[in-house]
Design a protein. Structure first.
Length: 107
């Protein structure tokens, strides 16, 4: 579940913050099936909402991209499906062909 994207969609629709937190908390508790207390779900939802607000509407070269015409989900990436593992293998293969000297530990 992409709770940040859910937050962004509610923000774009003009949903009040308290309603977003309530809806997110409910969704989180549904997914976690009572493995976390409601207070934690609400705190998490508020943090996600804050992050969505802080990272929405940013401009500049760092925040732009050329649309590929398909989503990662359509490609099979996400939720650790077969496409996810395929994509990570391809990234490693591509990086291995470059002169990059930066590894995961340096990021």
């Amino acid at each position: 579940m992409d709770v940040e994207e859910i937050s962004r969609r509610h923000l774009a629709a003009g949903t009040p913050d308290d309603d977003i937190v309530r809806l997110l908390s409910r969704d989180i508790l549904t997914i976690k099936r009572d493995r976390i207390p409601p207070a934690y779900a609400e705190e998490f939802a508020r943090a996600v909402l804050t992050e969505a607000k802080n990272s929405t509407g940013l401009t500049g070269d760092l925040f732009t991209f050329e649309p590929a015409g398909s989503s990662m989900g359509e490609f099979g990436v996400g939720s650790r499906g077969a496409g996810d593992f395929f994509a990570h293998r391809q990234l490693a293969r591509i990086i291995g062909r470059t002169s990059a000297t930066v590894g995961v530990d340096e990021m």
